[in-house]
Design a protein around this ligand. Sequence first.
Ligand code: HEC
Length: 103
Amino acid sequence: MRGAVLMAALAVLALPAAAEPPAARIGELRELVAQDCGSCHGMSRAGGLGAPLTAEALAGIGDEALEATILEGRPGTPMPPWRGLLNEADARWIVRHLKGETP
Ligand code: HEC
């Protein structure tokens, strides 16, 4: 068991910063998007306190700009920075997920 945890930790450390998150992490990210992001952006991401995060709404916005918004937040608005809870790979996966590029 401890060996497995160590192996998982090493696998995470060995990944380049922006690689696809590990499968177990993707499950956590799905939850986070539904629960935490959904609390402001709506369960169906149609918008609420936060702007809509549907694939249509985000289609014209570059991936890197969206990743930066997720990691750094939007100072002066309720959009919080998620760096600390999310790394670059997580943010990149979320953007692709919101844009409908990954299930
Ligand atoms: C406390 C409320 C709140 C939470 C929680 C929140 N957001 Fe936001 N978000 C906002 C607001 C408000 C804006 C609009 C900011 C502005 O006026 O520029 C925003 C903007 C954004 C944008 C930019 C959209 C655009 O059209 O440019 C993205 C992307 C985004 N949020 C993603 C997320 C993700 C992903 C999460 C979960 C990890 C999340 N947000 C959680 C409030 C929130």
